[in-house]
Design a protein around this ligand. Structure first.
Ligand code: 4NP
Length: 155
């Protein structure tokens, strides 16, 4: 796996958190030149928007800057341009499988399951409180560390 696309519903809470974390961890591991990281939403309502201010705040507390990121909607080309596309919840994964064009090459899976075999979702924090955003950050952090370990073990 050399390229990974994180997917959630709106691309303003969960998947940009994972993208920002992955960019930081990949850089710290000295693997930026070998790795492509992006995020996108199933829906396009927030296209062009920065991440939700609550996601930005939760990440900032842990030293991760999400402010440069901008939302976009997943596109057909993504299914050939990325090795791995991971959805944050099972509905995201079902939507990805429905949207995948015939002949697409990306592996599609649930983020935490692909990362470390945990068949669990990263729940949508949008209508929740600050704690939910902290929980999203921690779940994404563990997943991203596992993905970077996989990248590192490939040399
Ligand atoms: P996300 O959270 O999928 O983690 O980015 C959401 C953001 C926006 C909406 C839903 C979920 N929304 O309905 O606008």
């Amino acid at each position: 796996m050399r390229s990974i696309l994180f997917i959630c519903l709106g691309n303003i809470c969960r998947s940009p958190t994972a993208e920002g974390l992955m960019l930081n961890h990949v850089a710290a591991a000295g693997l930026s030149h070998l790795t492509r990281v992006d995020s996108a939403g199933i829906g396009g309502w927030h296209t062009g928007d920065p991440p939700d201010r609550r996601a930005i705040a939760a990440a900032r507390k842990k030293g991760v800057d999400l402010t440069p990121l901008r939302a976009r909607q997943v596109q057909k080309a993504d299914f050939s341009n990325f090795d791995l596309i991971v959805g944050m919840d099972r509905q995201n994964v079902a939507d990805l499988r429905r949207l995948a064009p015939a002949g697409s090459t990306a592996r599609i899976g649930l983020c935490l399951e692909e990362a470390h075999g945990l068949a669990r979702e990263v729940p949508d924090p949008y209508y929740e409180d600050e704690q939910a955003f902290d929980d999203v950050f921690d779940l994404c952090d563990r997943a991203v560390r596992a993905f970077v370990e996989k990248l590192r073990s490939k040399g």
